[in-house]
Design a protein around this ligand. Structure first.
Ligand SMILES: Cc1cc2nc3c(=O)[nH]c(=O)nc-3n(C[C@H](O)[C@H](O)[C@H](O)COP(=O)(O)OP(=O)(O)OC[C@H]3O[C@@H](n4cnc5c(N)ncnc54)[C@H](O)[C@@H]3O)c2cc1C
Length: 446
């Protein structure tokens, strides 16, 4: 008689997996592992109480996405997906004792909400994303806003509302030139998407009561780019199409413009040209969070943690890193780019590797992460997207624009929702809500 296969008890996993950073990659990993291995095996540490998918932050900044509706509570996700949530920022690491130090959490008045903690781990995954790289440009840190977190995006939104209100009031008071100047530095995907979203948001704002200011003439949006064209890493055809769409939306584009200094009122480039600016967005570069350099782990030039092809930190057996904060080699000698699709793929890779490890199976075929570039899609406002699709699926680069690009753009978000919410049905409903909202744009005014 054939022997029955021995059941695998994933819930009794003795190794505690701790994931630090519940973003595009870390949250997907925590949810998938939690559903598979259970609460005793998986913990997620994050410095915030709720999650917003980072590629949506330009919509939060423009006011077309309301974080109070769209933010997903980590406690709720932990309950639904079977992991433990630990609220606080990672502040230190002891790889000998295998403990992560989590800093105390304070309220606005400085009172301690949660004391500092030491969180023991057997396997640790660091997925804390990235922060702005100002490249030492004078005034950049003091006078610009970046889109690194929901709080940054909210700060931008509130600043813009105040500027619109002030311009409206000054117009009413008879000041004919009252206007708002927004300068975005960096015309990669973040800068381009924000410029287009802001233009649409300013049009919607004008319907809601800013009647003295003209949403196009009086909300002046300027995009500054150091390279010769916008979206430089993407094929030229995508850059040209995006520039045309931005031009139709009256966004001024200056390429070959190297910013030299920034003050509270303007931006100056290396040629001495000055651009008036009430609000400046920094979208010109990222680097790893500074605290990673204090952990005693090997780091690359941009501060990202050096990992091997299996995402294991170089020289450390039980510590892994993924996403923007990991410097991961590719076969051609390059590094995996800091993108949501890379974080998503790396989370899937580690999920399979950890489950295999639990089953006692050897590492192959998941012992080497290979980045698959499926192309890039850039959202140009609520109705348009442009981009290229590529990689194994299509064997060549396809240029896409319009509805197909819009749907493909939404599919990356759909994959994230599916990984996080568990069922395709819930994820489809979440994305359907997202698409309906985009078809009838609203802006948050409070
Ligand atoms: C406006 C915008 C648009 C974008 N559009 C695209 C796009 O269209 N396609 C694409 O591929 N990529 C896009 N990106 C890039 C993409 O968002 C990132 O590459 C991706 O989010 C990286 O995922 P991650 O998991 O590494 O980090 P993140 O998603 O940034 O998550 C990091 C998490 O770590 C937490 N954290 C940070 N420090 C600590 C700490 N000390 N302790 C505890 N928790 C901590 C944060 O709170 C956060 O939850 C865009 C980015 C922006 C800003």
């Amino acid at each position: 008689m054939a022997q029955a296969a021995r059941p695998v008890h994933y819930g009794s996993m003795s190794e505690r997996i701790v994931i630090v950073g519940g973003g595009a990659g870390g949250l997907e990993l925590a949810c998938k592992l939690g559903r598979k291995l259970g609460r005793d095996a998986v913990s997620l540490v994050d410095q915030h109480l709720f999650h917003v998918w980072k590629p949506s932050l330009h919509e939060v900044a423009a006011g077309t996405l309301d974080i109070h509706q769209e933010g997903l509570s980590y406690e709720m996700l932990a309950h639904d997906n079977g992991f433990r949530f630990i609220f606080g920022a990672m502040a230190g690491l002891d790889t000998v004792a295998r403990e992560v130090s989590v800093a105390a959490v304070h309220d606005e008045t400085g009172d301690v909400l949660v004391p500092p903690r030491e969180v023991p781990y057997d396997l640790l995954v660091i997925s804390v994303g990235s922060t702005s790289n100002y490249f030492g440009i004078a005034g950049a840190a003091e006078h610009t806003v970046s889109l690194n977190s929901p709080a940054d995006a909210e700060r931008f939104r509130m600043a813009m509302l105040k500027l619109l209100t002030s311009a409206e009031r000054r117009r009413k008071a008879g000041e004919p030139d009252a206007a708002v100047d927004i300068v975005i530095i960096g015309a990669g995907a973040t800068g381009v998407e924000l410029a287009a979203e802001l233009r649409e948001a300013s049009v919607v704002h004008s319907h809601y009561g800013f009647r003295q200011i003209d949403p196009v003439r009086d909300v002046r949006i300027t995009l500054l780019e150091g390279a010769d064209r916008i979206l430089e890493p993407l094929p030229e055809r995508v850059s040209i199409a995006a520039a045309t769409l931005l031009g139709e939306r009256s966004v001024r584009i200056e390429t070959g413009c190297r910013v030299a200094s920034i003050t509270a009122t303007d931006v100056t480039d290396a040629q001495g040209r000055t651009f008036p600016a009430d609000l400046v967005v920094w979208a010109a570069g990222i680097k790893a969070p500074a605290f990673l350099a204090t952990l005693g782990l090997p780091t690359a030039r941009n501060g990202a943690i050096e990992v091997g092809p299996d995402l294991r930190v170089v020289g450390r057996d039980r510590v892994f890193a993924l996403g923007d904060c990991a410097s991961c080699p590719m076969a051609d000698g390059g590094r995996v780019p800091p993108r949501a699709q890379a974080a998503h793929q790396q989370a899937s890779f580690l999920y399979k590797a950890f489950v295999q490890r639990k089953r006692g199976e050897p590492g192959a075929p998941h012992d080497r992460y290979v980045y698959k570039d499926y192309g890039s899609l850039v959202s140009i406002g609520t109705r348009d997207s442009v981009g290229n699709l590529m990689g194994n699926l299509f064997r060549s680069t396809w240029y896409v624009q319009g509805l197909i690009a819009r749907l493909m753009y939404a599919s990356l978000h759909l994959m994230h929702h599916q990984a996080v919410l568990g069922t395709m049905r819930t994820a489809v409903l979440a994305v359907a809500r997202f698409l309906v909202r985009r078809a009838t744009p609203q802006v948050k005014l409070h």
